[in-house]
Design a protein around this ligand. Structure first.
Ligand code: BG6
Length: 485
């Protein structure tokens, strides 16, 4: 990069900064991707000295970065870039100090990374502007969820929009930084093979599952107000749905890609009122076992209300009302404390029109994001021996093996570099966030109006049985690996 940049991280001693952002910046430094004069300034309330913050950052980076990629010499040069300023982001008076700390250099790009709760976003933008820190070279990065509802998201976006024009606002969804997610676009738009069958005439349904074994960790206070719908489905899962369903953009640039995604969000069929009972399932984990360890029920987690009715699991049957997808259900599900960590997209094709051999199964395309990055196409083949007995076999592309000499970038590395370089293709535009909330808000309201406690499911299971029923009534099932289930 040719222009020096200051990256300022609000919430600089939080989990996100220490576990994800700093290790990602360390890798970018190691690979020579940062300008020699790039500074990284953490901002938080704790009264750390610069040296104490560097020591804290080192502890976390050592734990996060693979040993082979960490060296004391590299760390020493990276630490030179690190600085710390104790300030309270909710106090406008502290921004004068920040301005003095940064000095007057209007040649530098300034990136403000808001790794804080969304209720601080609007204030931070306003105070930056008042302190003269939001000039034309300043960019702002927001973590999801943006707001808590359509209305609060609109308020945040309006306040931000008054300070930063849209090209300088980077709404991050780290799923878009994942290699396999970008590969989904390569798969669809760089191969002629799939396009003719990528439509309602040939696809029976689509499943998008993001299953985690983790609980809420240290984030109980945030999570108990958010729940799985706001934390995961409103953003990560809807972004995946957009990439599966969108039309080919005219160009691979920010506006063209985002124009296509927003059309999908706008075409989502509203789920309102009593529909929520038919088309959505909320769950909450009770105590159980994960990897042989006893884990507590959600309502016993730290900073979670004992009587909490926040969902830690959600499944939704979505539909896209356009020519390509009319009548094809998109089943989305995500949950914490499930049996296995997997993120995957399943494209279930329709069966052949006439079963010549009796026991055939329909083709499936599985795009696995985690734990391994894999794309596999299930085809029917003949079992060796007499007779025409069929067996599903997989054409399997393991992306890590296919590119074994290249290090796999973490999502945040790619996205932080994009922000520094000013490329917003993989970030959410204001109207996208709006459209996502427009679809999610009525579901949240429906849950409120037709109240049902979340369905309990034991930690270590596949989620509440009602999530199975959501598919079973259409004679469908959630995908499970053949070898391990
Ligand atoms: C975050 C959510 O955005 O994504 C977390 O806030 C969740 O609750 C995480 O655990 C999952 O990300 P990944 O990359 O581990 O699938």
């Amino acid at each position: 990069m040719s222009i020096p940049c200051d990256m300022l991280v609000f919430g600089g001693t939080g989990d996100l900064a220490l576990h994800k952002l700093l290790p990602a910046l360390y890798y970018l430094h190691r690979d020579g991707r940062l300008h020699t004069d790039q500074r990284i300034i953490a901002l938080a309330r704790s009264p750390h000295s610069r040296a104490a913050f560097q020591a804290l950052a080192e502890r976390h980076c050592r734990a996060q970065v693979a040993r082979a990629n960490f060296s004391d010499t590299l760390w020493a040069s990276f630490a030179e870039r690190l600085d710390y300023l104790a300030m309270d982001a909710s106090q406008s008076a502290d921004y004068g100090r920040l301005a003095r700390h940064l000095g007057n250099d209007d040649k530098r790009v300034r990136v403000y990374y808001l790794a804080t709760a969304p209720d601080l976003f609007a204030d931070i933008a306003t105070y930056l502007s008042v302190a003269g820190l939001a000039g034309p070279k300043a960019r702002i990065v927001l973590e999801k969820p943006i707001g808590h509802s359509l209305e609060s998201a609109r308020e945040i976006n309006a306040t931000l929009g008054a300070v930063f024009d849209e090209s300088r606002v980077f709404r991050i969804d780290h799923y878009l930084g994942k290699e396999t997610v970008q590969n989904l676009m390569a798969l669809r738009f760089a191969n002629a093979l799939f396009e003719p069958v990528w439509r309602a005439a040939h696809i029976d349904h689509v499943q998008i599952s993001v299953c985690e074994t983790l609980g809420v960790e240290n984030r109980g206070a945030y999570y108990d107000n958010a729940g799985a719908m706001r934390d995961m489905l409103q953003n990560h899962l809807l972004q995946l749905l957009c990439l599966v369903a969108m039309e080919a953009p005219v160009r691979f640039d920010a506006e063209s890609v985002r124009n296509e995604k927003v059309k999908i969000l706008e075409a989502l069929k509203p789920i309102t009122g009593l529909d929520v009972r038919d088309k959505t399932v909320r769950g909450q984990y009770t105590n159980g076992q994960i990897g042989g360890q006893e884990v507590p029920a959600y309502y016993f987690e730290k900073n979670v209300d004992n009587d909490s009715d926040t969902e830690t699991f959600v499944a939704v049957q979505a539909e896209i009302e356009n020519w390509r997808w009319a009548g094809v259900p998109f089943y989305l599900r995500t949950g914490k404390r499930l049996a296995k960590k997997t993120s995957e997209i399943l494209i279930q094709f329709k069966p052949v029109p006439h079963q010549l051999f009796g026991d055939g199964e329909a083709n499936q395309l599985l795009i696995r994001l985690q734990p391994e990055e894999r794309i596999s196409l299930q085809l029917m083949a003949k079992n060796p021996g007499k007779g025409m007995h069929l067996k599903p076999v997989e054409l399997d592309l393991n992306l890590a093996n296919a590119f074994s000499t290249q290090r796999r970038w973490a999502a945040y590395e790619r996205l932080l570099l994009d922000v520094i370089e000013g490329d917003s293709t993989l970030f959410m535009r204001r109207d996208e966030v709006d459209a996502a909330w427009q679809w999610v808000d009525p579901i949240l309201q429906g849950w409120h109006q037709h109240y049902q406690r979340p369905r309990p499911y034991p930690a270590g299971s596949d989620g509440p049985e009602q999530a199975e029923a959501l598919l079973e009534r259409h004679r469908r099932h959630w995908h499970a690996d053949r070898d391990t289930n």
